[in-house]
Design a protein around this ligand. Structure first.
Ligand code: ADP
Ligand code: MG
Length: 276
């Protein structure tokens, strides 16, 4: 998508990189001092994180580490106790139209009476002026997005009648329909079979090739080096961030997961990271 802030590129070029006042388009998502609390104990505490434009970044950490909460707080779905969130250098409230969000599948009411095509079209309704923006109508566009995730044969199916993997593909199609610049995905591979995982990875990699930014909460540590460029590790507090080869280390894994991963397992995972 052509961004609606085309002047920032010019500005950045004029001022040059490194100028503190220059818009930081090299950062897609910036989180500063984020704290979120549902009760007395914070679920996310004092988190700083920088997600690079054009990269695929995994958010990893144990169950209950605050990964989903962090994404939801960035989007304003849960309130922030403190913290600033910027998207492509703008406060998130002004840049929401540039974000597509795929929630954790378990958090969605699949009994909701809607067809696959309805769900994908919901991704389109957020864009005001959409019907002039796209040459094709919304129906054709939604169908093209279903095709891209291999679900064109299911357009008229009720969403409750899909397998987990098919549901996940439909949610990805809805995100594609939004034509966003930043994709936030919460465990896109949870509960899907190997073929669907491959299909989703291929779509994510093609989005990356188009220059999109991807941030995914990811559960399977063994595939981090294969799928992702960068990693952000969290256990309520930030633990590590950076390129996989530098940040996905045995030390960081041990800090984030504590005793929950056997030491030998941690070493192997980190080795996989350095060889990628
Ligand atoms: N809606 C909620 N109300 C109260 N507590 C919640 C809510 N959502 C999550 N939590 C708690 O916040 C913590 C972080 O949860 P979550 O962000 O879902 O972790 P993760 O996605 O890393 O598994 C957990 O202790 C969880 O029980
Ligand atoms: Mg979660």
């Amino acid at each position: 998508m052509q961004s609606n802030d085309g002047n920032t590129g010019v500005l950045a070029a004029r001022i040059g990189p490194g100028h503190t006042d220059a818009p930081r388009q090299d950062t897609a998502l910036s989180v500063r001092g984020l704290t979120v609390s549902y009760a007395e104990k914070p679920a996310v505490f004092s988190v700083d994180a920088t997600f690079e434009t054009g990269a695929m970044t995994a958010i990893v950490g144990p169950n209950g580490a605050g990964k989903s909460t962090m994404l939801k707080a960035c989007l304003g779905i849960v309130p922030r106790l403190s913290g600033e969130v910027e998207v492509f250098g703008q406060p998130v409230d002004q840049a929401r139209h540039r974000i597509a969000y795929v929630p954790q599948r378990a958090s969605v009411d699949w009994d909701f009476p809607a067809t696959v095509l309805d769900v994908v079209k919901m991704g389109l309704y957020r864009s005001v002026g959409l019907f002039s923006r796209f040459t094709r109508g919304p129906e054709a566009r939604a169908r093209a997005c279903l095709e891209r995730v291999g679900m064109s044969g299911f357009a008229d199916r009720q969403i409750g009648q899909l397998s987990g993997g098919q549901q996940q593909r439909v949610f990805l199609a809805r995100a594609l329909a939004q034509d966003a610049d930043l994709y936030l995905l919460d465990e896109p591979f949870a509960g899907v079979d190997a073929a669907t995982e491959r299909a989703i990875v291929d779509v994510l990699k093609s989005l990356k090739a188009e220059g999109k930014t991807l941030v995914a909460v990811h559960h399977d540590l063994t595939t981090v080096p294969e799928y992702f460029d960068r990693v952000f590790m969290i256990n309520v507090r930030p633990v590590a961030e950076g390129p996989v080869a530098a940040a996905f280390t045995a030390d960081a894994l041990a800090t984030a997961y504590g005793g929950r991963l056997a030491a030998t397992h941690v070493d192997q995972l980190a080795l996989a990271g350095t060889s990628a």
